[in-house]
Design a protein around this ligand. Structure first.
Ligand code: ADP
Length: 196
């Protein structure tokens, strides 16, 4: 089995590319969605976050997302501690998911922060989705109905595209000049030849 990471900055088209891989029968684990689910439901995460921030974080049994965000906002040290609580649970969940999909030759994980969270160590190959910055900003503003400043703020906290491309095995260019399906099909073709 080959484990493929799919990454790229906000608005680059990761979700779009992941959907194309799914259409080619590659199951995709969406790290962002699954980590949010685990933060809301995992007793291990709840216990550790409560020890760090107090019982009010889960008042009424539900995670107070705004409170968590306020605690880690602009506090890199706290953010790293929270990540050290969440990431091992996501890694374990991904390993379980992968075992449940052992009949597939290729499985994928989509993660915006694949390199930042060092999840690339669990991947055999990594695809980066590259879109020029201005296009990413415009697509994200349109998709999320938010202003430029908010998008820029999120981009500022992510690793640069140059660095991501350097660390990736494949780059999918999503600027509208090249077929996405064609690029995805070509990557799958190359992965299948590795797998033989
Ligand atoms: P990400 O998951 O990386 O944040 P998305 O896949 O959600 O990015 O893409 C961001 C937005 O841009 C979405 O609204 C998506 O439909 C749109 N989009 C993605 N690729 C293209 C494209 N090639 N042309 C036009 N719009 C696109």
């Amino acid at each position: 089995m080959i484990t493929l990471g799919i990454t790229g900055g906000i608005g680059s088209g990761k979700s779009t590319v992941s959907r194309l891989f799914s259409l080619y029968d590659v199951p995709v684990y969406i790290a962002d969605t699954e980590s949010k689910r685990l933060v809301a439901t995992s007793p291990v995460i709840r216990e550790k976050l409560t020890a760090m921030f107090g019982n009010e974080l889960f008042e009424g049994g539900v995670l107070n997302k705004a409170l968590l965000a306020a605690h880690i906002f602009n506090d890199r040290e706290k953010l790293e501690k929270v990540n050290a609580i969440i990431h091992p649970e996501v890694a374990a969940d991904f390993a379980r998911w992968q075992a449940a999909h052992s009949q597939y030759d290729i499985v994928a994980q989509e993660a915006a922060i694949l390199f930042e969270s060092e999840f690339n160590k669990y991947m055999d190959k990594v695809v980066m989705v590259y879109t020029p910055l201005e296009m990413r900003i415009e697509r994200t503003m349109k998709r999320d109905g938010v202003g430029r400043e908010l998008v820029m703020e999120r981009i500022k906290n992510q690793m640069s595209d140059e660095k991501k491309a350097e660390l990736s095995d494949f780059v999918v260019v999503n600027d509208g000049t090249q077929s996405l399906i064609g690029q995805v099909a070509q990557i799958l073709h190359r992965l299948k030849s590795i797998n033989k």
